[in-house]
Design a protein around this ligand. Structure first.
Ligand SMILES: [Zn+2]
Ligand SMILES: [Zn+2]
Ligand SMILES: [Zn+2]
Ligand SMILES: [Zn+2]
Length: 448
């Protein structure tokens, strides 16, 4: 972390203008990209408040509602439309061709719990922010990867610490990282110990599942018992993909881990960017034929078939029995279709016979990653369209009338608010476009 520039502010008799200039500069010096969209009007309104807290470090707290910009009429519609448009552009840039993706994912989340996490350069502290984002990350991750499993490892006091066992149940993971008092940061982190621990807990996994490690690293040092490059070599050999989100600065060893294992590396510039970096890791990774070839394993094997079992669900009213996973007496649960063992949750691997047990809805929800809905094309004008539809094909909300010289054509936003499916040529409104691509994953017009 670069040393914070603190602008000495003189006595209170300074004019308002100079105080605000100081604020602006200290903001820029810290590279806070987000949250600087505060318009002049707002600042003027906040003058009274700013006088009460004239110090730069007090003013650096950006309230999330200040970053939203209102238009002249005081409406937020412009800001919301801008957000939606940005998401749409990103989708249009995404590759349209089908790529092989791993939908059965295993991820170990390594959280830095060293004393460097008490730094307040991210509000309220790096530690609190990390826990908050980790919870959001886990929820979203399980939503998009219902067949995945997450384990959590902490780094503190020079050791790796198992915070949460690898599980497919989001509630268990959330519980593990919500007990803040058990995770109080202290001491030095040890990257090698934590990665070794994560690697050991994924060593038994079958080849068709992905092995991923995501490290949130706030420290600039690591305190390791041996040569960390040996650990790196082991990760490459085991095909473990390591991604690092650093909160302070780039460290060569972290960058090397990501580059050699095919993960991504990023340094968070501010709170918003931190979240973006985390959430970029939620969609399933594309399978890498190249990396497999270099590690000596067969290059891009023909689609290998895998065994999956669909369990029988036992109702609450059934006779109680011991489960194979926790050895507890329970009524409800699932029966493994191969060996008849009882397990508490799906998806999981049967503890007795090793069969992967999934439910059909889980499988169906993973399907859309392989065949995403093609992005709808923004309709720029209705010229050449015969009998344009009056309302959205999905929700029947009426479209805007065509107005001459409407703006906003450049960035993939339709001035008419119409987005057309390339397959069925039906028009959809902005809201339905987003809903179809983010939630439904299936075009209501053509079912593709
Ligand atoms: Zn159990
Ligand atoms: Zn079984
Ligand atoms: Zn609609
Ligand atoms: Zn369609």
């Amino acid at each position: 972390m670069p040393p914070r520039r603190i602008d000495p502010i003189g006595d209170e008799s300074d004019s308002d203008v100079s105080i605000f200039d100081d604020f602006d500069e200290s903001g820029r010096g810290k590279g806070k990209g987000k949250g600087k969209g505060i318009d002049r009007n707002k600042k003027d309104k906040g003058k009274g408040k700013a006088k009460e807290q004239p110090y730069a470090w007090e003013a650096s707290y950006t309230r999330s509602w200040d970053t939203v910009q209102e238009d002249e009429a005081g409406s937020l519609q412009g800001a919301v439309a801008d957000l939606i448009a940005r998401g749409r552009r990103r989708r249009l840039l995404a590759p349209a061709a089908a790529i092989r993706r791993t939908i059965i994912r295993h991820l170990i989340l390594i959280l830095d719990l060293s004393s460097a996490m008490m730094d307040r350069d991210m509000r309220p502290t790096r530690f609190d922010l990390m826990l908050q984002y980790a919870r959001e990350f886990v929820t979203e991750w399980f939503d998009q990867n219902p067949l995945g499993q997450i384990g959590v490892v902490g780094m503190r006091g020079g050791l790796g610490e198992r915070v949460g066992e690898m599980t497919g149940n989001p509630q268990d993971v959330l519980k593990a990282i919500s007990e803040r008092h058990k995770l109080e940061p202290s001491g030095e982190p040890s990257l090698q110990n934590a990665i070794d621990m994560a690697r050991a807990s994924m060593s038994h996994l079958p080849t068709h599942s992905s092995r991923e490690i995501l490290v949130v690293f706030g420290s600039l040092t690591t305190c390791d018992p041996g040569n960390i490059h040996d650990t790196l070599a082991e990760c490459v050999k085991d095909r473990i993909r390591v991604s690092v989100v650093a909160l302070a600065a780039e460290m060569k060893i972290c960058r090397e881990f990501c580059d050699k294992t095919g993960g991504t590396f990023g340094v968070a510039l501010n709170e918003g960017h931190f979240k973006d970096l985390l959430f970029e890791l939620i969609p399933p990774p594309a399978q890498r034929a190249f990396a497999r070839a270099s590690s000596g394993a067969p290059a891009n094997p023909a689609a290998d078939l895998m065994l999956m079992g669909f369990p029988t669900r036992l109702p609450e009213t059934s006779a109680a029995g011991l489960c194979a996973c926790h050895s507890q007496l329970r009524s409800a649960g699932f029966l493994c279709p191969r060996c008849g063992a009882k397990v508490c949750d799906v998806p999981t691997d049967c503890d007795i016979c090793g069969l992967m047990i999934v439910s059909a809805p889980h499988l169906a929800r993973s399907y859309h990653h392989l065949f995403p809905v093609k992005p709808f094309q923004p309709v720029m004008s209705l010229e050449g369209t015969q009998n344009p539809s009056v309302g959205c094909h999905a929700c029947a909300a009426p479209f805007k009338e065509q107005t001459a010289g409407a703006a906003g054509a450049a960035d993939g936003v339709s001035p008419l608010g119409r987005y057309r499916c390339a397959e069925c040529h039906n028009d959809f409104c902005t809201e339905c476009d987003v809903f179809v691509h983010d939630v439904v994953h299936c075009c209501p017009g053509c079912g593709k």
